[in-house]
Design a protein around this ligand. Structure first.
Ligand code: FRU
Length: 506
């Protein structure tokens, strides 16, 4: 790209990742979930369709498998399943981002055909009482050709002085940019409000370079965790939808759990105040590992969501002996029905299906049963469950997977409570960390359809058309590939199971 000069930190990261990638066997990575080229990955960033390909950047520390000052890793894909790595896109190399790095943000194509990255610079300003540097977060831009990006000389383009008085200068991050039909730009951002809990704020720009504060879109007011991170606001199926990721949640039934969670607010933006009038509020994904969502509008009109398939609270038990750490969830198509968010794996995944196995009307009771051809660790499986006779509902139905003599994970459905529980308590971790999660599935309690998407180190469960999703990483050796079924009471179920092939080989 004209005028592009690689800074020393960027050149170092690029040459390091290129050398080290060679030491990671493709078979030691997830098959179709994006993992970092080397080192650490957290949030998805800059998810955009640009010049005929999907671009996905990510929070990245190439040199460690733990969080460290953030770079932006970069990969591209035509089908959102087979990813090709591109060189590291951003490194901490400017005064406004070299303290903790280039934090999360988004991307959009400019009218001149270049790709604009909008990210949070984690710089430092002044000192804390203990003498350590005081972090200062501002919003910055970089422009490029899809491979090389030049940081804008006018950075930072937004700082906290434009926020409502009393808002934090330290917690102000994760810009999500989009373009309105009239060609003007908007960005939503997460900020710590004067009441010291999260708020989501909206900025406006005519050219994507000069920004004005518009208004507060949503206020936490201490209801769902404390700080809110990674906001995304879009229109879908007649509603306005705000996705975000709260920190420091308190539990509420089986809807929200302590720690870092996700939140989906469905409602409508009031045209006068610009505030989101809330209609329904739920977790986005009820599993153990899901955080920091980001969506794009695909050229065919689908709203597609990606997320970090990991959670800050679950790190203690995660695999660390690889040269990579962290992976993205399967991209999901979103829809809103009856005020609820529905998620379904992108339809491209069906293109990886091979070796169909179908069993219909299988009766099961207490002792676990195995079915011919139903096993594997890279699998797409649909299971529909119903009581053997409607008058005698079963009390519990369990799918065991990633199973050998010693280890297993499970999905357990209890119709009486409508509860679905995923568990990796016996998956082989020696650490005490978040190992199971429950949620309530709306719908007829005695009938349930589940889709399980298994990759080498994870499972994603979608219930009843995707009204509930639960994601979980699994530490069990890939050789543990048995799948069995059991039931308390008697149920009948159908299974349709496919192996998923490596998208590199399609
Ligand atoms: C969310 C987050 C973002 C931030 C990034 C830093 O996981 O804390 O708010 O931009 O990670 O890596």
């Amino acid at each position: 790209m004209n005028g592009f000069v690689e800074s020393e930190p960027l050149a170092k990261a690029r040459s390091y990742e290129e050398r080290m990638e060679a030491f990671i066997d493709r078979k030691d990575r997830p098959c179709f979930h994006l993992s970092p080229r080397v080192g650490w990955m957290n949030d998805p960033n800059g998810f955009a369709y640009y010049q005929g390909e999907y671009h996905l950047f990510y929070q990245y520390s190439p040199y460690t498998t733990t969080w460290a000052p953030m770079h932006w890793g970069h990969a591209v894909s035509k089908d959102l399943l087979f990813w090709r790595y591109l060189p590291c896109a951003l490194a901490p190399d400017a005064p406004y981002d070299e303290h903790n790095g280039c934090f999360s943000g988004s991307a959009i194509e400019l009218p001149d055909g270049q790709l604009l990255l909008m990210y949070t610079g984690a710089g430092a300003k002044g000192k804390r009482e203990d003498g350590s540097p005081q972090e200062c977060q501002t919003q910055c831009l970089a422009v490029g050709d899809g491979v090389d990006f030049m940081k804008y000389e006018g950075n930072p383009v937004i700082d906290a002085s434009s926020l409502p008085e009393g808002s934090s200068t330290e917690h102000f991050r994760d810009p999500k940019i989009w373009q309105e039909e009239d060609g003007t730009y908007r960005a939503v951002l997460a900020s710590l409000a004067p009441d010291k809990s999260g708020q989501i704020v909206l900025y406006r720009s005519d050219d994507a370079f000069t920004w004005q504060f518009e208004h507060v879109v949503a206020r936490n007011s201490w209801r769902y965790g404390i700080m809110w991170e990674c906001p995304d606001l879009f229109h879908l199926d007649g509603k306005d939808v705000l996705l975000l990721s709260p920190q420091d949640m308190l539990p509420q039934g089986h809807e929200f759990y302590s720690g870092n969670g996700t939140l989906c607010i469905v409602g409508h933006v009031d045209p006068e105040s610009g505030e989101l009038v809330e209609e329904t509020i739920s977790s986005i994904d009820h599993g153990t590992d899901f955080y920091a969502t980001q969506t794009l509008l695909a050229p065919d009109g689908r709203r597609i969501m990606v997320a970090w398939m990991q959670n800050w609270d679950a790190l203690a038990g995660s695999l660390r002996d690889n040269r990579w750490f962290g992976q993205m969830a399967t991209p999901r198509e979103l829809s809103v029905r009856d005020g609820r968010l529905y998620q379904w794996p992108i339809r491209e995944l069906e293109g990886l299906r091979r070796n169909q196995v179908v069993h219909q009307g299988v009766a099961v009771d207490k002792s676990p049963i195995a079915l011919d051809g139903v096993r594997g660790r890279v699998v797409d499986m649909l299971v529909s469950i119903r009581p053997e006779d409607a008058g005698d509902p079963f009390r519990e139905f369990v799918i065991w997977f990633a199973q050998d003599e010693r280890f297993h994970s499970s999905v357990r459905y209890r119709p009486e409570h409508g509860s679905l529980e995923i568990s990796r308590i016996h998956a082989g971790s020696r650490r005490a960390y978040v190992q199971h999660r429950k949620c309530t599935v709306p719908g007829t309690p005695t009938e349930l359809t589940l889709r399980l998407v298994l990759d080498r180190f994870s499972v994603e469960v979608f219930a009843n058309d995707g009204v509930r999703a639960m994601s979980m990483t699994i530490p069990t050796e890939v050789s543990a590939d048995a799948i069995t079924f059991s039931c308390k009471g008697r149920a009948v179920f159908d299974v349709e199971k496919y192996d998923l092939m490596d998208p590199a080989e399609v």
